[in-house]
Design a binder for this molecule. Structure first.
Ligand SMILES: Cc1cc2nc3c(=O)[nH]c(=O)nc-3n(C[C@H](O)[C@H](O)[C@H](O)COP(=O)(O)OP(=O)(O)OC[C@H]3O[C@@H](n4cnc5c(N)ncnc54)[C@H](O)[C@@H]3O)c2cc1C
Length: 487
């Protein structure tokens, strides 16, 4: 594996060569899994894989970049293997490296980053380069792509967007964004900013999802005299995993036209049916996992919208659960009176210099807090993103939001759909940005399958040979053989 900054190429960089160069943009779990699959599945010595990672360190990303060992995976080891066809891979790795080999365990998330790095190192050879730097633009040129950072330009025949999760969207109250005050912490994944808060601080955490839970753990474990108030509209925490022998209660959803409400009714009926057999609701939710994307695709757009408005939160708190140890910590904080979880949403926030005053729902008394952390979850709407790469790709018409603005529009094989509705040959996406197309596109069990499928698509492309490819794709934006109407 070569760790380098790429040299600034001369104009001759466009000269056709024997290599098929793949630029993977983003070196979090999605990018690394894609690179592992490319290198592991192709024996072609002419393949070149360049992972461009803004932080310079691959395998971590937002999810596994935490340095707090109390932040645990929210998926059991037996479902977190890098390879769907080798479910024991993470467990075996954990055993060999002196970690818990229990398949039911929830490993620290920072260990998962080490696992991904080890797995990449296992397949890395002269074909892999890791490029430290943030990609700011991808420019189609003569059937290839130019990959531009602020100071380096390189070229690629195929590009994989694996830019992952965006920071939460800015909190807005009464049409105004919150001020850049010292109490306002807009990035929940900046643990350094949490750690320097006073030991006796009161902190408002906006959001009650899994990131909010991590934030609470870091704040309260490291500051025993701190107090946290979590606030969201419904005040619902993710449910906890429990010991389960079987994981799936599978009952097909009947054929025919489907609505969001029918789907919700089906899930409720199955939960009741499972309960009558002594099986818990978690097995029903887990049993629907493989069917989730096909069901999402069966819903007409208006019904997907209704699902988001009415049912999504109920689904999410059951689908993305906390490890039991994490749930026990949260319960203990509540029992000690150090944590309150409130529904009703934020009614007002007033800037009081070095602190803020927060009114929740219709409560009469405000909370005076030394900090307010935005844990509302990754922003998904690319039309509101200030990310330079997304701005540039939109400007070029290469990406387009899916109709619900949950991410970007892609085809089943991962190829991007441009603003005219046509496939962009050679430009793929893996991971959370595909949520609008697939719904389940955030966790490793889905990402590893996407990473393998996209790798296969690229390997098939590379087998065509550079000259043929440039013949096919020289006019980017023309209808690609695999193009189909977006879902
Ligand atoms: C806090 C948190 C915890 C989670 N825990 C779990 C879990 O336990 N189990 C599970 O299955 N899933 C979990 N997830 C879901 C998670 O989305 C996926 O597991 C996975 O980590 C997503 O990886 P990613 O590489 O797509 O995104 P990210 O983790 O966001 O990584 C994207 C990477 O791309 C880089 N990047 C972005 N833009 C550019 C650019 N323009 N140029 C260069 N580099 C760029 C970033 O620096 C970053 O390193 C969690 C998610 C979060 C946010």
């Amino acid at each position: 594996m070569v760790v380098t900054r790429l040299p600034r190429p001369a104009a001759a960089a466009y000269a056709p060569g024997p290599h098929h160069r793949v630029a993977v943009i983003g070196g979090g779990a999605s990018g690394v899994l894609n690179a592992i699959n490319l290198l592991g599945r192709s024996a072609d010595p002419g393949l070149r894989v360049e992972i461009h990672e803004a932080s310079g360190i691959v395998g971590r990303g937002i999810a596994y970049g935490t340095n707090d060992p109390r932040h645990l995976l929210n998926v059991r080891s037996r479902h977190m293997s890098a390879f769907p066809d080798i479910p024991s891979d993470l467990i075996e790795w954990a055993r060999r490296t002196g970690r818990s080999e229990d398949p039911q365990a929830f490993l620290p998330r920072l260990d998962f980053a080490t696992y991904l790095q080890d797995r990449l190192a296992q397949v890395a050879d002269h074909r892999l380069t890791i490029c430290a730097g943030r990609v700011e633009d991808v420019v189609p040129v003569g059937g290839q792509f130019e990959i531009r950072t602020s100071d380096v330009t390189s070229t690629a025949d195929s590009v994989v967007l694996a830019y992952g999760n965006q920071r939460p969207k800015a909190l807005v109250l009464d049409g105004d964004q919150l001020p850049a005050a010292s109490w306002h912490l807009p990035n929940p994944w900046d643990l350094g900013a949490l750690r320097v808060l006073p030991d006796d601080a009161t902190i408002v955490v906006v959001g009650t999802g899994l990131t909010a839970v991590d934030t609470v753990i870091t704040l309260l474990e490291e500051g025993p005299r701190r107090r946290v108030v979590m606030v969201s509209r419904q005040g619902q925490l993710p449910r906890a995993h429990v010991a389960q022998l079987s994981t799936a209660w599978v009952q097909p959803v009947p054929e025919g036209p489907l609505t969001a409400d029918l789907l919700a009714d089906h899930v409720k009926e199955q939960i009741a049916a499972a309960a009558s057999q002594g099986v818990g609701w978690r097995a029903v939710v887990d049993g629907l996992r493989a069917a989730t994307t096909p069901l999402w695709k069966r819903l007409p757009l208006a019904e997907r919208r209704r699902f988001l408005e009415v049912h999504a939160r109920e689904w999410e708190v059951r689908r993305h659960r906390m490890a039991p140890e994490v749930a026990a910590r949260i319960r203990a904080y509540e029992d000690d009176g150090r944590l309150s979880v409130l529904g009703g949403g934020i009614a007002s926030i007033a800037d009081r210099g070095d602190r803020c005053q927060v009114l929740v729902g219709d409560a009469p008394t405000p909370i005076v807090a030394q900090a307010l952390v935005n844990c509302t979850g990754p922003a998904t709407d690319i039309t509101r993103s200030h990310d330079p790469l997304l701005l540039a790709l939109r400007e070029r018409g290469l990406v387009t939001p899916d109709p619900l603005h949950l991410g970007i529009d892609t085809l089943d094989g991962g190829e991007l759909v441009d603003e005219t509705g046509r496939a962009v040959p050679g430009l793929f996406a893996v991971g959370p940005p595909r949520k609008g197309t697939l719904w389940e596109s955030t966790a490793i069990p889905e990402i590893r399958a996407q990473a393998a499928a996209v790798a296969d698509g690229i390997i098939a492309r590379s087998a065509l040979g550079v000259d043929v490819l440039r013949g096919i794709t020289g006019d980017l934006g023309s209808t690609h053989p695999s193009a189909a109407a977006p879902a």
